[in-house]
Structures are given as structure tokens and as C-alpha cells.
Design a protein. Structure first.
Length: 440
């Protein structure tokens, strides 16, 4: 999910609507194979309306494809971001386009509802081989590839070097040097003492109950050695002792959290750190210059972990022009178009060849540490000690997972008992899965 716009486009509301649609349809899992066609004709493309720069890049890619050959005519329809996911959820599969972009965490729900087709029959092997591990992890459900992305998301801590130096803290310069829970608590106290606001960090806590909560803070559960789901169950995973400890630690940071109504507590120098993502880099870099540093998230025992994932592209299950759709995706995911998109939005590329040239994320770049995180990416059900960037659980029940996790997170942050809240969340998730025959 593009968390930058999550509140504006009603990310949680769209996911909640998707939950209802998924439960009501009760379809068997697995995308329906679409018709190949002869590789000619008109194809319809749906995309969410992102920033003006992103829209320009998408339109240019469509126009470039049409100009590059004469066999296929691509037609683009832009849909407002705040209603996009719900529009797909409410549209019968037979009325969906040949190609659509998909908010990453919702992909499995659309596969389950037979609205997406596997890509491997239509997209070239070269395009698939060029996808980053993260793009493959985010786009794969039940061992089949349904989505490929142009860009990813990077998340971690931003720090104001001037204030961190004044606080006398050691600044980590690699993932292996991430502060432990105890060290992070000490850092918060020291940074608060030298920050103008008397607070240390902006967590954007107003969004804890929404998708921001899951995207930004569920990695703490994995960092503590727990999981959100284990073998398709939340009970015993989300409410485990390790998970309870992780979110108890999270709630203990509250006295040091300072935010501002305009979201600029960090960039204005009022606090010394911010829990955020790549989309905040342009404004923060402009405000702080060389004092801006990118840091890893704290290590709660099993290594620093961070959220990842954004929008991805798929082929509609009802298309009659699979070959033509695949040809467009091959074109969309070439270096020129991926580079144009990440130049527009500052995101890390989701293709290997473009990522290798992304100066912001490679050694020496301002976000190189976060680039290293993405080079160690994994799916939520395959987290290892080497994995840093974790993609949210790929399950048709994800809308319920994020809704219940976010609610529990916000309650715990507000002072509720962590064990009680996580147990309630786990029971609600498992009940939803059971009502849906575990999405089988």
C-alpha cells in the first residue's frame, strides 16, 4: 500500500469493504486462467490515480507502448485512489479490465475471488527474472505469480544528526548496528532531553488503527521472534509471549512521542527522529540537508525488521487478450518506464536492473541502508534471521488481519493490556478465517 496516501484514500475502509466482498463471495482460491488471444487488438487498463507525477509517468508508458508497435492498442482508465480497491472488489470479474494495478496486500483477495490470472503464461521470462525478490514475494499466492511491481516501499527511522549528536548517542550505520530495545529506550530519553519539543520521535500515531499501523509496526512482532499468522492461524502467533512483549515495548515509547498537526514535527526540528518511509525523504532532505540520516528500526531480539510493499500489476482473469496484456506488462516494466515512475515518486525500484542504478538506494546514497534492507526481503511466512524487509501476509483474509491488528495496536498504545488485546485480535482473525473455510 502507498501509505503516504493511506489516510486520504481511505485505505482501511477499502480493505474493510474488500473483507465483506471476500466473505460474501466465498469462491475457491486460485485465479482463473484467462484466454491468450492472438496478441492483437485493444486492451483496457485500470490504474489508481496517484500523485500528478505518477499519473504522468503512467500515461507516458501507455502512450509509449502504443507508439512502439501497431498490433495492440492500450486504453487507460484512471480511478480515484480512495475508491479504487473498492471499485475492483465490487466489479464482477467479467467486467474487469485486461490489466489493473493492485494494492499489494489485497492481491490474494482478488485471486481468491477469481479476478486475477497467473502471469507466467503471458509475461516474458526475462521480465519475471528481472523482478526483485520483494516483487515476487508480494505478487505470489499459493506458489503462483499474479503480480509484478514497478516500485516498492522502504521504511525505517529518519534521524536529525544534529540532535542525535547533541544527545550523545551512537548512530547506527548498518542493519547489524540497529539499536536493541534497551538501547532504543535510552536513545529516546536522551534525544527528548535535547529536542525543542521535549519529545524524541514522531510515530504518526494518529494512523495506528489503520493500514499505517500494520505496515509500520507489525514488523516489530517478527523482530521479537513471533509472527502474525502461523500455518494460517493467528492464535498462538499474534498473541504469543514474544508478540505481547514486542507491543508492550512499543507502548512504552509513548512518553517520548511528539507529533504535530501538520505532520512536520521532525522536518521542522521539533523532534530528533521519525518512523517513516521513502515518501518523506524529499521534504525532510530539503529541510535538514546533510543532517538527515536514515537508520534501521530497533532490533527486538531477532534482528531489525521493516515493512515493505506497494502497488503491483496484474492481468484480469476474464481477459481474452492475455498475450497482448503480457506484452504491455513487459513494456511497462522495462528500465525506462520503471525509472520514470521511481523518479516521479522517489520509491525504490522493483526491478533488479533499475534498482542497481538507483543512486539514492545504492552504497553512498542517502537511503542506502534502506536499500540494503530491500536486498534482504522475504514473505511473511518465510521470515528468517537474514530477512529484514517483510511483506504483509499474502492471504485473502488480509483485510481482517490488518483491521484487527491495527485496532489492537491502537488500544495497546492507549494503555490497554497487550495480552488481552492481542488475544481478542487473534480470535477475531481465526473466526473470520473459519467462517470462510480458511479461504480454501
Amino acid at each position: 500500500m502507498n501509505i503516504k496516501r493511506a489516510s486520504r484514500r481511505g485505505g482501511l475502509a477499502a480493505l474493510a469493504a474488500l473483507t465483506a466482498v471476500t466473505v460474501m463471495t466465498g469462491c475457491s482460491s486460485g485465479g482463473t486462467p484467462s484466454a491468450a488471444g492472438d496478441g492483437t487488438g485493444t486492451i483496457q487498463i485500470w490504474a489508481h490515480q496517484g500523485s500528478a507525477a505518477e499519473v504522468t509517468a503512467t500515461k507516458a508508458a501507455v502512450d509509449g507502448f502504443n507508439s512502439s508497435q501497431s498490433k495492440v492498442k492500450a486504453s487507460l482508465r484512471l480511478i480515484p485512489g480512495d475508491t479504487y480497491t473498492q471499485t475492483i472488489a465490487n466489479t464482477p470479474a467479467s467486467n474487469l479490465p485486461d490489466i489493473m494495478d493492485i494494492d499489494g496486500p489485497t492481491l490474494a483477495s482478488f485471486v481468491y475471488n477469481q479476478k486475477l490470472s497467473p502471469l507466467t503464461d503471458y509475461v516474458s521470462k526475462a521480465t519475471i527474472d528481472n523482478a526483485t525478490a520483494g516483487s515476487i514475494a508480494e505478487g505470489t499466492y499459493e506458489d503462483k505469480l499474479y503480480g509484478l511491481a514497478q516500485f516498492d516501499s522502504a521504511i525505517g527511522l529518519f534521524g536529525n544528526k544534529k540532535l542525535l549528536d547533541a544527545a550523545g548517542v551512537t548512530i547506527p550505520t548498518s542493519i547489524d548496528q540497529a539499536w536493541t530495545a534497551e538501547q532504543f529506550a535510552a536513545v529516546l530519553k536522551k534525544v527528548a532531553a535535547v529536542s525543542p519539543s521535549g519529545k524524541a520521535i514522531d510515530l504518526r500515531e494518529s494512523g495506528l488503527s489503520g493500514e499505517w499501523g500494520t505496515f509500520a509496526f507489525s514488523p516489530l512482532v517478527y523482530s521479537a521472534g513471533a509472527e502474525i499468522l502461523k500455518d494460517g492461524k493467528a492464535a498462538g502467533a499474534l498473541d504469543s509471549a514474544e508478540s505481547v512483549k514486542a507491543l508492550t515495548t512499543f507502548a512504552s515509547w509513548k512518553p517520548y512521542v511528539g507529533s504535530s498537526a501538520d505532520g512536520k514535527a521532525f522536518s521542522s526540528g521539533q523532534v530528533g527522529m521519525q518512523w517513516g518511509g521513502h515518501w518523506l525523504y524529499p521534504d525532510s532532505s530539503k529541510a535538514l540537508g546533510n543532517d538527515l540520516v536514515a537508520l534501521p528500526l530497533p532490533n527486538l531480539g531477532k534482528g531489525a525488521k521493516a515493512g515493505a510493499g506497494s502497488w503491483t500489476w496484474g492481468i484480469g482473469a476474464s481477459t481474452k487478450n492475455g498475450k497482448a496484456a503480457g506484452a504491455f506488462l513487459d513494456y511497462l516494466l522495462n528500465d525506462a518506464n520503471v525509472n520514470a515512475m521511481v523518479t516521479a515518486n522517489g520509491a525504490p525500484p522493483a526491478t533488479k536492473s533499475t534498482f542497481e542504478k538507483a543512486s539514492l538506494y545504492k552504497p553512498g546514497g542517502a537511503l542506502a541502508l534502506w536499500g540494503d534492507q530491500l536486498a534482504h526481503a522475504c514473505a511473511a511466512d518465510k521470515v528468517s534471521s537474514d530477512c529484514v524487509a517483510i511483506y504483509r501476509p499474502v492471504t485473502p483474509g488480509y483485510p481482517t488481519v490488518t483491521q484487527k491488528f491495527g485496532s489492537a495496536l491502537a488500544a495497546i498504545y492507549g494503555g490497554a493490556d497487550p495480552k488481552t488485546e492481542l488475544t481478542k485480535a487473534a480470535q477475531a482473525i481465526d473466526s473470520n478465517f473459519a467462517d470462510s473455510n480458511n479461504y480454501k
